[in-house]
Design a protein around this ligand. Structure first.
Ligand code: SAH
Ligand code: DHB
Ligand code: MG
Length: 242
């Protein structure tokens, strides 16, 4: 279920009131902590104009991605799921100078919108977009010896998160940070009988991460302009990183 993103719909039901408060708080933080950013704003405008779904990370989440890239001093970043490239631009801004982002997208319309956004952001030389199913482009990247990446953001179709996480581990080095978006889905993640392949994908991933000796991880629930969701973070270690 997709949540309403507008902030002015103070509904009668309790849950809608709470959601509008989440939205207002998100706006309050972004107003004070992020300021206005014409390049990122125009990226979202281009996305809306092309009628792409409004599911980019929020501004506050984007800033977190940028800061995580800065914290790991990222020279190479991999993203699975580009959409209009909004999160990609945030990630690229966290790169150390001379670094690069590879972003994977299956939909050619999304890729065209993203490329326009990268150009307007002056990042077309820093961001490489690979068009194709990530289940195919990930093995290609590996075969080409493009690994390892310092930061990997997984944000494509949710049913394939386990496969993307497996590839992310192969494309990592000790110290690589792997961030996975949308692991809460309105709380749906705790339903073992869910018939939703996205929920099942997230659940299999969480269970993999819990028993994975090459990485240690946690997951954080979030509320805000994207409703109730969350992200998982895994840190790749040498071995036995539990
Ligand atoms: N990271 C973006 C949002 C990505 S939305 C942001 O926050 O700004 C998810 C994207 O993953 C969509 O553009 C969708 O087309 C893409 N996608 C879905 N399945 C995919 C696949 N198998 N391989 C590559 N991309 C895929
Ligand atoms: C959806 C996908 C996302 O990556 C996201 O952040 C929010 C929603 C979706 O497919 O509904
Ligand atoms: Mg997402």
């Amino acid at each position: 279920m997709r949540r309403t993103r507008g902030g002015k719909n103070r509904g009668r039901s309790k849950s809608r009131t709470v959601e509008s408060r989440w939205t207002e708080v998100d706006r309050y933080f972004s107003e004070h902590l992020l300021g206005s950013d014409p390049i990122l704003e125009s990226a979202l405008e281009a996305s809306a104009k092309a009628e792409l779904p409004p599911i980019s990370v929020s501004p506050n989440q984007g800033k977190l991605l940028q800061m995580l890239a800065q914290i790991v001093d990222a020279r190479s970043i991999l993203e699975v799921g580009t959409l209009a490239g909004y999160s990609t631009i945030w990630l690229a801004r966290g790169l150390r100078s001379g670094g690069h982002v590879v972003t994977l997208e299956v939909d050619s319309k999304h890729a065209e919108v993203a490329k326009g956004n990268f150009k307007r952001a002056g990042l077309q030389k820093v961001i490489e977009l690979r068009l194709g199913n990530a289940l195919e482009t990930l093995p290609t990247l590996f075969a080409e010896g493009r690994a390892p990446f310092d930061l990997i953001f997984i944000d494509a179709d949710k049913q394939n998160i386990p496969a993307y996480f497996e590839w992310a581990l192969k494309l990592s080095h000790p110290g690589t940070l792997i961030v996975v978006d949308n692991v809460v889905r309105d709380g749906g993640v705790i339903d073992p009988d869910s018939t939703d392949p996205s929920i099942q994908g997230v659940r299999r991933f969480i269970e993999m991460l819990g028993t994975e000796s090459r990485a240690t991880g946690t997951a954080i629930q979030t509320v805000g302009i994207k409703g109730y969701d969350g992200f998982a973070i895994a840190l790749v270690g040498d071995n036995d990183s539990q």
